[in-house]
Design a protein around this ligand. Sequence first.
Ligand code: GLU
Ligand code: MG
Length: 429
Amino acid sequence: MRTLTGVISDTGGIIRAKTVPARRIEAFARSGMGASLTWPVFCVDNGIAMTPELGVVGDLRLTADLERAVVLDRGFGWAPADVRDQDGELSPYCWRSVTRRQVDRLASLGIEALVGNELEFGLLDEAGRPLGERDGWPCYGAGVYSELSEFAADLCERLDAVDLPVEQIHAEYGLGQFEISLPPREPVRAADDVLLARAVIGRTCRDHALRVTFSPVPFPGGSGNGAHMHVSLTRDGVPLLAGGPLAEELTDDGASAIAGIVRHLPHAIAVLAGTVVSGERLQPGHWSGAFACWGVENREAAVRLLLANNGNPHGANVEVKCVDSGANTYLATGLVLGFAALGIEGRLELPEAVTVDPTELSSEQAGAAALVPLPNDAAGRIELFEKSEAARAVLGPELHAAVAAVRRYESSLYEGEDAHALTRFAWSS
Ligand code: GLU
Ligand code: MG
């Protein structure tokens, strides 16, 4: 390894990093590299949403997790980083620990979760024009591979080489849009994988004279980039989302887990789909899951249950569709797992499934499904988030306050501006 780059995803989902030469790798893991207390409140324009607690005095240490270190290419090392205080203890601002704590919480209930993420992204030429702008882009089209088969093969091989075996790749709906599916894994690792995949995609693009955007909506009026999150739950290896006595073969705990996610989801949108452009994606008809409700194979429900069947070799799982590619994956994963745990702990009853497009439901049917439109404006998302004890408990009061500060700052900054152009490459790596 020539250098090691330790990365974090900040409160607003931007990937930031420190790099050391080979001889400093041990120090990066042990003592960490310094980061000012403003890192948790960096915003998408690099502004700082300072709070009384987070200002110019104090220091955090980013410690590289060498167990997850890989060599990307040409000797450049990569590892996810934790955030610690000067004494080496995990900091309340450690984004990665948010997922870790919810894994432990589920473990105390005897439950193991696996998470697999889908990543959508847009490809652009070097001048910044989306591929397909000139000649069109057939969604799911095989035609795009006449020009992009080298890129697709290279990407799959490079992901394999860093032990991230991609499940599939396809040309998505939007101009120049692609999607890859990452394999189901232990949740912290699955979140690390999202950052790793973004690094590999970015580097592969550069070698093919392409640029990549992970913005939730890179161009006004264009398709959104989702980051759909699949979650499965087992106890002693026995699935909770299949083989049970309830409707759709759910177990009691499986049904309560879904109920917990559906109930609390509106309060977490400031994290899951909370960027300055996210609201444009989280609309009915965009297959982004704009309604808090659940349904089997329902692509307009924020929580889509996939049954255990031949077409689904990983077994039953829930797909949380409202998450976008601007979200901090560690916070998003922690919130989804935490809400599932809350549902199980409280033995929540599952509302009715939604079996049609949610916009077609009568108000009575919407009530039975406990259906709530997810907030897609900044003020609405922030208000629900700030009053959520569930979100505060999962994130911890420090990161909960940091998210609110960042989102408030960003929403005032971009009023009336061309938010798409300003943030197009913010989430690239
Ligand atoms: N691009 C859509 C989104 O923003 C998802 C399309 C699909 O894969 O179902 O979430
Ligand atoms: Mg897709």
